[in-house]
Structure formats: C-alpha cells, structure tokens
Design a protein around this ligand. Structure first.
Ligand SMILES: [Zn+2]
Ligand SMILES: [Zn+2]
Length: 296
C-alpha cells in the first residue's frame, strides 16, 4: 500500500510545481552520446520516445547498446499498419533487448478508448463529432480500423511490450506504464489526482528504471505556452516511494532533455520536436550491473 496523498493543487500542475519547487533541487544534465562502448560491468541503455511513425525520417544512426527503450507514441493513431511498420523497424535495431510502452497516440492499445469510441460512433450519437479531431493525423476510417484490430499488442513481436508490468534484465528491475493525465480525446487518459495515483500505486517499490509516457511535474514537462503538463502524483510517487535511479518518459516533445533532483535522473527522450520532426538524439546512459549478475 502507498501512503502517497493527492496534492491539493493536483489539477493545476503549474501552480502545484510553484509550491513544490521551493523544497526541490533541480539540475539540468548535459548528455552527449558516449564515444566509447560501455565497460563490461555496465549495461548501456538507449532511450527514444515519440517517433510517431516517422522513424524513416530519422537522419542519424541509432546508437548501439544492450537495451533499447521506447517510451510511447511510436505511431500517429495506433493503426495496424503503423504498428507493423514500427515492429519491423525495431526488429532491425542491433540491441539485445527492446522495451516499448504505449503513449496516448496508441489508441488501439487502450481498451477504455476503444470502448468509448465504439459507443460514441453509433450513428445516433450526438457525441460523434468529438472524434473528428484533425490532430489524430489520420482520417476517421483509420481510427475506426485501428480500434477494431483485436489484440494489437501481439503484432509487436520484435520487442517486449510493457503495460503496467515489469521485467528484470541483468538484475535491473524495469517497469513500464502508458497512462497520463487527461489530454484531449486520446488513449490512456486518466483524471489528475487519485485516478492517476491508482496506476502509480502499481509500480513496485524496488523499480530501478521506470518508464512512463507522461513526465512527472517539474521535469521535462514545460510546454511552449509556459504551463506545466506533468503529473504531480507521479513526482511524489517516484520521489517518496519508488525512488528509481532513472525515470524515462516522453509525451511533451518540447521538454526533451535530462534533469535531476540530486537522486533520480529524469529523461524526456522525445525524438520528435514540437513540429513533429524526429530530430532529437536518443539519450544513452550506462547502468552498473548489480552484484551477482553479469552481461552473460
Ligand atoms: Zn508525442
Ligand atoms: Zn504523448
């Protein structure tokens, strides 16, 4: 059980952060792609996010490493063709392990979205128009097709897909979850506050590397209009209960970069920038192999 409380300003992350930051350390971390391969006693992680079906427009080579992580929004709307294409691409990467979570754009992965969409698409529904949202980047028929694909995650055969689930590699405990505070008519939406917290309460305490699609408040979550979009309860959960070494996410493209509170490293790995150009480099770090484990 967690003792994390919902912050009184949970619904207004900009205001909440103004309060919270008074007692926080905050460092910008400058990261460069490493020039050398990792030592034998380290595992190299290569992080990307928010590629939005634009992997073929990436102009650099993806750096090699032991574990590749994608923090969601690999498609525009989760259409099966996009999922197959992403799966094919990730299959070409050299990394031994590949971990993927969904983001709000993977509509077809979210049973809740599918349910609501199917209901609201009944011809008689007066709510029908809410799904005519051009930012899906796909037409109505594509969304319809996307949400009618069963068991879409089974098409991700070239990676490990995590949805409120974890795995252990080389003794390093990794956990992934796709949810984010409500964001338009998208997938994996939850109300700020207790609804989000319920999902964060599922994250095991001994997690070393946490992957979420949303940033926590205060790290990589500043949108260009000057407001903060991160989740307040996610920050409280990682700082007070889970205490991972690394927290990897994406979602807020303009928040790309690395920061720290002195204990946890926060990585916004958004590959696409605010204009949906896949220009940002992957973020790479080396993690010491825990005692008793080896690369083999
Ligand atoms: Zn995105
Ligand atoms: Zn997103």
């Amino acid at each position: 059980m967690s003792n994390i409380l919902v912050h009184p300003l949970s619904d207004n992350p900009t205001a909440a952060w103004k309060e919270i930051c008074k007692t926080q350390k905050l460092f910008k971390v400058n990261v460069k792609l490493p020039a050398k391969p990792p030592n034998d006693n380290q595992i190299r992680f290569v992080c990307m996010s928010d590629t939005h079906s634009l992997v073929h427009n990436i102009k650099y080579d993806i750096p090699d490493g032991d574990v590749f992580i994608h923090a969601g929004d690999f498609s525009r709307c989760g259409h099966i063709d996009e999922v197959k294409e992403f799966n094919k691409w990730i299959g070409t990467l050299p990394h031994k392990h590949k971990i993927v979570i969904s983001g709000n754009h993977e509509l077809s992965f979210d049973p809740k979205f599918i349910d609501v969409f199917k209901k609201k698409f009944e011809p008689s529904s007066r709510h029908r128009e809410i799904f005519h949202c051009p930012s899906y980047g796909k037409g109505e028929d594509d969304i319809k097709e996307a949400v009618h694909t069963e068991n879409i995650r089974h098409y991700l055969t070239n990676c490990t897909y995590l949805e409120d689930a974890g795995l252990e590699l080389y003794g390093i405990k990794i956990y992934g979850t796709p949810w984010q505070p409500s964001f338009g008519n998208w997938g994996f939406n939850l109300e700020r506050g207790s609804e989000c917290l319920q999902k964060w309460n599922l994250i095991p305490e001994n997690t070393d590397i946490l992957i979420t699609h949303t940033p926590p408040v205060g790290h990589g979550d500043l949108v260009c209009s000057g407001i903060r979009a991160g989740c307040v309860e996610l920050l409280t959960t990682v700082q007070e209960r889970v205490k991972p070494k690394y927290h990897i996410f994406g979602h807020i493209h303009e928040g790309y970069g690395v920061s720290s509170d002195g204990k946890i490293i926060y990585i916004n790995a958004s590959t696409c920038d605010i204009n949906y150009m896949p220009n940002n480099l992957p973020i790479v770090f080396d993690y010491p192999i825990p005692e008793g484990f080896s690369k083999n």
